[in-house]
Design a binder for this molecule. Sequence first.
Ligand SMILES: [Zn+2]
Length: 578
Amino acid sequence: MDQIEEIKAKIDIVELVGSYVNLKQAGRNFKGLCPFHQEKTPSFMVNPELQIYKCFGCGKGGDAISFIQEVEGVEFREALEMLAEKAGVVLKFERKQGGGVRDQLLAVNEAAAEYYHFLLSKHQVGGEARKYLSGRGLNEKVIESFRLGYALPTWDGLVKYLVGKKGYKIDLLEQAGLVVKTGENKAYDRFRDRVVFPLIDHRGRVVGLAGRVMPGADEKAGAKYINSPETEVYHKSEMLYGFYQAKQAIREKDRVVLVEGEMDMISSFVAGVGETVAVKGTALTEGQIRLIRRMTRNLILALDADGAGQTATRRSIELAEKEGMYVRVVKVSGGKDPDDVAREKPGEWRKMVEQAVDVYDYYIESAVERYGGAQAQDKRRMSEEVVPVLARIENEVMRMHYAKKLARVLEVETEVVLSEMSRVGRMSVVRGENMSEDVSEVKDRGSGMERQILALLLRLDKEKGEGVLEEVVDLMEDSLQRVVKEWFGSKKEVVEFIKSLPAELRGLAEEAYIQEVDEERAERDLREVVEQWRKKRWREVMESLRKELVEAEENGDDERVAKLRDKVVRLSKKIAKV
Ligand SMILES: [Zn+2]
């Protein structure tokens, strides 16, 4: 058995999913509210026999590994590692490719975070820092959940502890960016007299640190914030500060609020906006979007109101839209940072987040703020910046709404803006790409009725099903037809049968089997659905036969005409009989 199978065999999907979702038994399945989309009535099913899940609301489905990928927002390999840990399986491939160094870097970062956290939360030297943080509304619980710490003003506190007491090598500390080396076996601490924010990745591992200078600290103390350098375990472009703590709220609220720095994030979190994360930089990166997108497509940007923040906002919007996210923007009033507002007026902050405006309003308003003069040049600049953005809007009502709004701002007729918009042309917006994917998927997989037929069949005695379906099975869509015929020909019990299907058919069968079926009345339901579906299929077949017939007649293909006429007659008789 390969390791993936071994892990899957040791994990029970009902238990696994049940630790995230409240599940209730429903026949052979378990049922609950989908963790991947918002819903009030449960359409999320888990099947213990096949060890799979499927949401009939948003369409997500799969096995234990894909569930962890989705719910934790991690890649396949990470999901596998997490499950391996749960199952007590040691992954063999993990040791290859420098796994050793990564593990050591993680261990030393963890030890450093632990040390700083101890100083802040337990030791008297952390008193000042504790006072400072509690003055900012950060109580013990917050300090605990973000594992905040404090670094002493001395030059070698960490070195003494990690090297002297814990036996770590200076070279490893240097590699992790925790110290700066000055000579053979000599180094000083990178973080001094600072509040320390462990940078925790989406799996809860400390991959680096950030340090914020204490208020009133010496000017020589350097930058307000310093960070671990990039290492094998810390990549700035993939770090979203607070993501690990915010994950559940992001999922529940189906949105994420994006702020700039650690303190913004924590203050917003404390103010009750639990779905906040910080970019740790100015603009959003693709790596960060990937992390978010698994959880939600709704992004609310709340970057600083200064010039750099505004540029970052526009760049982030472009990238996020390209990646299929729906973006809104918080207008932080009074030129303040989210941190200030959230701390001073938590209620106000929550309101601002709720009132986030659509990106298009944001573009217009931000252009007005920057070029809002009455001069022709100002108006040209505004239109050059905003029109290409509005031209991307696909919905006609929205296009008109924003064209009018911009026209008012520019003091021109709406037609002028509209013609500018069509001149600029519609740039591609990836929005909605998924929707079209879904549609084509449905086409290949048969109609809803056909899938329901399969669902009922798999829950019924084979003989009963055959009796109902024998005459019409050939009318089914190809792959469904194959599943049905395989089933009729198989001697296996249903779960074994599904597992034995080739991969391209198994998905279909799994999806059918996990559907909720009233087993008591399955036979009656089957007859009813088959009846409806047969009529529909016959009409469709008749329609296409007639088209073919017309074509054949036009081409003077007599032989074909005769054949098709024959088919039409036979089908009409069949229909008449029912
Ligand atoms: Zn769902």
